[in-house]
Design a protein around this ligand. Structure first.
Ligand SMILES: [Mg+2]
Length: 253
């Protein structure tokens, strides 16, 4: 793993001469050995005040605080060197501990400034089941002007989020359950897929397809919720995805 990481670091891809790409990390149980939202919510911490409770929430040593800390840090470094934009896509009310956590993980200030945090909770479980992290990812794509779904990776411990992401043709890496998953091949998988999409991004730039970024962006799927369809959907969950003129409604199956 370490040798592969070192080798990969040497093949830095410049962001300037290729299509933009994106790696989205989940936060709880993907970066952290735990669920920060649940801990903070159970302690009745108000959103916005979480940073003051940072050390109280996770008093363990750093090795215990992060999922496979050393390899995780190396993975971040390689993904940055591969030229990807990086977002944290989290279901949480407490986004203010995310960047301080990543600083504690060992990311540099320059890296931290490049990370985009997208955090909110879905309104209902049903919305979470149908859409997973896709609305968060879509926001990150717009922020970084990423035009191609196949140049996006989601790294997440939720099989539900992973399945939802696959439906949108995002690349995916499922993090195994538990503390410091001993099978940490998910991190080398992230690096391998990162290399593949970096190569693909270069190919698209050299040999552009018929559509340019602007056109592809306008086709990107936006998700809205339609009150009128509330009665026809389980638990009031309404998912209507708009792809320009084409509307279709997801149902829970
Ligand atoms: Mg998670």
């Amino acid at each position: 793993m370490r040798a592969a990481v070192g080798q990969e670091s040497e093949t830095t891809h410049s962001k300037t001469n290729r299509e933009t790409s994106l790696v989205c990390f989940d936060f709880d149980w993907t970066i952290l050995n735990g669920h920060s939202h649940n801990v903070l919510a159970d302690a009745k911490i108000k959103a916005g005040e979480e940073k003051a409770f940072f050390n109280m929430i996770f008093p363990q040593s750093d090795e215990k605080y992060f999922q496979n800390k050393k390899l995780l840090l190396e993975t971040f470094n390689v993904l940055f060197n591969q030229g990807h934009n990086i977002a944290i896509t989290s279901f949480t009310h407490y986004p203010k501990i995310i960047i301080p956590s990543l600083e504690r993980l060992g990311l540099t200030n320059e890296q931290l400034e490049r990370i985009y945090v997208i955090a909110w909770l879905p309104e209902t479980n049903e919305i979470a089941i149908v859409f997973g992290k896709n609305p968060h990812i879509e926001k990150a794509m717009k922020h970084f002007k990423v035009a191609h779904n196949e140049l996006v990776i989601l790294i997440d411990d939720s099989a539900t989020n992973i399945e939802a992401a696959k439906k949108y043709k995002f690349k995916t890496v499922l993090v195994p359950p538990g503390i410091n998953p001993p099978n940490h091949s998910y991190l080398s998988d992230a690096i391998k897929i990162g290399k593949e999409i970096a190569d693909e991004a270069l190919k698209i730039a050299i040999n552009p397809e018929t559509e340019d970024n602007e056109k592809a962006l306008s086709k990107s799927i936006s998700i809205t919720y339609d009150e009128e369809d509330k009665d026809n959907n389980i638990g009031g969950c309404v998912g209507r995805m708009k792809e320009k003129e084409n509307h279709f409604c997801l149902t829970l199956g």
